[in-house]
Design a protein around this ligand. Structure first.
Ligand code: SPV
Ligand code: MG
Length: 669
């Protein structure tokens, strides 16, 4: 798409204003001329080429247009007979450049709002701007409109007419027809008429729809009076506010394009989505909200940056009451639709308007996103994220993963609820599930080399932080090496339990022989582990088995304080009772003395309490330790039984994921 701007004329009705430069260089706002505004709007809308016809003060105009430094390829075509011809002849002079593209045609003295140009550009057919609300002008252009299409354009038509402005979007075929007629006119000497006289001879064959812009600013400046009116209208536009919210942590050309378009509508306020809101629906932000704010504050023309604390715009819209909200059209469907619906509802409550632009789907932007995800998977960027999540959210959830596939499920499962989104924050690498997946008992039989292999499989396909179930931690002399290895791999936390000897799963409780470690010995293990780690990011969590082994609350608390004193970064308290009261009591008593050390819970048995309630009580990490594995086993057993029962696979098909889906479940990179 090319733009053609007609700027050859003398602008004689402007008096002294056009004494030293062409009319298009008349200032309409501080530092803004008719031409600079037109070109800026075109560039912001993504138009890359403009042909400008010149005549009067040709050199001044060319120098000025180039000095604007806009991302537009400018071509100037001089009409040497500009004094005695009309712009029909200027178009004729430029005809060679205008053959093979759709065209945006405008007079050089036209001032319009960004949203007018946006509608013109989006028009599926050729179109011309008209207004159904403006009175018919005595001397200016009017369009005769029938069935929504422009039949004739001129100053002499009053019947079936609407006020019209010379701003056209012309499809290549339609424009060619008009251009051919223009050539016929010029070659037969009719160069003193409007180009529209040639259009009128086509009797509607140029298929130009009438695009009603109603009261939006779209006006020619012919004299000082017009100039005063347009300047006033632009001031009003500048007083409008525009709101646009971003979750991105890098700014690319697509974002800048939206920002430039939004700025055309008024003073731009940018909402930066909080870290918590970003990580709820997308991924953990690589750059925190405080930094992202600075990034946007430093973009020219951004008047203010505010934080948006949730995916819902409601709070900020009611506070800021912007005249416009600008967004890409990608949110018309999918999980963002309820958010969009709410924006429309809130805007309607005070008379605001939603403006949507086509969403940039450039493959290079997709590539940037993929690279960012890849960065998040790297050990050094992954390790510290658990601490950051704890600081950011107060309560973090972790779901069990025991191989690449379950890792992907934990990574990618998102539930959209009440205009928000929820996903797991982290992954739990359970000893029970890692052993069970190998058909082995949970007794520290699966050795560290194998457990590290599982970590690697999961890490290869995910980005979320990992909490590793370190069982007893083994011998202190071995534990220090485990800490170093886990830390190097990018694991965020290891949890070790205060048991010794042959470890059995805690959920057996006292049904099997299990020995609790002494406080002194376990403290020594914690101290050695803390000393071994290299970064400040890695966390060692001490898990207390006193309630599991029925040693009482006092013992549990004594241990908790001793282990924290020894350097544990977090405390896990476990129970196998359905009733959560002993856990609640522990949290309450621990928090009386220690308000900061994170408390970790594995509510497999005491599963009735919601995450929100745990948070209120003072817990910080909730681990769902085995639910994915427990969901899978009965499902595969049922499929196996069905095949054995029916001697074929047909009956079990209904319980299965379709074959077509399983082969596409894992996308190729
Ligand atoms: C695990 O998931 O392996 C655990 C938690 O250690 S529990 O099974 O409850 O002991
Ligand atoms: Mg375990």
């Amino acid at each position: 798409m090319k733009a053609l701007i007609l700027n050859s004329g003398l602008g004689s009705r402007m008096g002294a204003l056009t004494k030293e430069h062409p009319k298009c260089m008349t200032e309409i706002a501080p530092g803004e001329t008719i031409l600079s505004r037109q070109l800026r709007l075109l560039a912001a809308a993504g138009v890359r080429e403009a042909v400008i016809t010149t005549g009067y003060y040709d050199g001044v105009l060319q120098d000025y247009a180039r000095s604007l430094g806009l991302p537009l390829e400018l071509t100037f075509v001089n009409n040497p007979r500009y004094r005695e011809t009309n712009y029909i002849y200027s178009i004729y002079c430029a005809r060679e450049l205008l053959q093979d593209d759709d065209l945006i045609l405008m007079h050089g003295d036209l001032v319009f709002e960004g949203r007018v140009l946006d509608r013109v550009l989006k028009s599926p057919t050729s179109c011309m701007t008209v207004s159904s609300t403006l009175p018919l002008p005595e001397k200016d252009f009017k369009a005769v409109v029938r069935n929504g299409f422009v039949r004739k354009v001129g100053i002499e038509f009053f019947d079936e007419a609407m006020a019209a402005q010379a701003l056209y979007r012309l499809k290549r075929e339609d424009w060619r027809r008009w251009l051919e007629k223009i050539a016929v006119f010029c070659e037969s000497g009719r160069t003193g008429v409007y180009a529209e006289n040639a259009l009128n001879e086509l009797e509607g064959a140029a298929n130009i729809a009438a695009l009603d812009v109603k009261d939006a600013l779209c006006a020619e400046i012919d004299n000082a009076e017009d100039l005063a009116m347009v300047t006033e209208r632009l001031k009003e536009t500048e007083n409008k506010t525009v709101y646009c919210c971003f979750s991105t942590d890098i700014i690319h050309g697509g974002h800048i394009a939206i920002i430039r378009k939004a700025q055309m509508l008024g003073r731009l306020i940018i909402g930066v989505l909080s870290d918590e809101a970003v990580s709820s629906f997308k991924r953990f932000p690589l750059v925190p909200a405080s930094e992202r704010r600075i990034m946007f504050e430093n973009i020219a023309g951004v008047s203010r940056v505010v934080e948006q604390n949730s995916l819902s715009y409601r709070e900020n819209l009611l506070k800021l009451k912007p005249d416009y909200v600008v967004h890409g059209d990608d949110w018309c469907t999918g999980f963002q639709k309820p958010i969009r619906d709410e924006v429309i509802e809130v805007l309607a409550s005070y008379g605001g308007e939603l403006v949507e632009f086509p969403y940039a789907t450039d493959p290079k932007y997709k590539e940037i996103q993929a690279r960012q995800r890849a960065d998040l998977a790297m050990p050094d960027l992954r390790r510290g994220r658990l601490k950051r999540l704890l600081a950011m959210k107060g309560l973090v959830t972790a779901m069990e993963a025991h191989d690449g596939l379950t890792g992907l499920v934990v990574e990618n499962t998102v539930v959209h609820q009440e205009g928000g989104a929820r996903q797991f924050d982290a992954m739990w690498l359970s000893s029970l599930c890692d052993s069970t997946a190998k058909g082995k008992p949970d007794i520290e039989l699966v050795d560290m080399t194998s457990r590290f292999r599982t970590i690697d499989d999961i890490m290869e396909v995910t980005t979320k932080p990992i909490i590793f179930d370190g069982d007893t931690g083994g011998l202190t002399e071995h534990f220090v090496y485990t800490v170093r290895s886990l830390e190097r791999m990018g694991v965020s936390m290891v949890i070790i339990e205060d048991k010794t000897g042959l470890k059995k799963n805690s959920l057996f409780g006292t049904e099997v022989r299990q020995t609790q470690d002494s406080i002194e010995h376990f403290c020594e293990k914690i101290r050695a582990g803390k000393k071994a780690q290299r970064t400040g990011e890695f966390m060692i969590c001490a898990r207390i088995e006193s309630l599991i082994l029925e040693q009482g609350m006092a013992d549990a608390l004594d241990r908790a304080f001793a282990f924290t004193e020894a350097g544990a970064d977090a405390i896990m308290i476990h129970s196998r009772k359905k009733d959560p009261s002993e856990i609640c009591e522990f949290i309450e008593k621990f928090r009386e003395k220690d308000t900061t050390t994170p408390i970790v819970l594995v509510p497999t048995s005491f599963n009735s309490v919601t995450e929100e309630e745990w948070k209120k009580r003072g817990a910080n990490i909730i681990i769902y330790a085995n639910q994915l594995m427990r969901a899978a086993v009965p499902a595969i057993q049922r499929a196996a039984e069905s095949i054995l029962t029916h001697h074929r696979a047909e009956e079990c098909d209904a319980m299965l994921m379709p074959f077509k889906e399983i082969i596409r479940l894992i996308p190729e990179e």
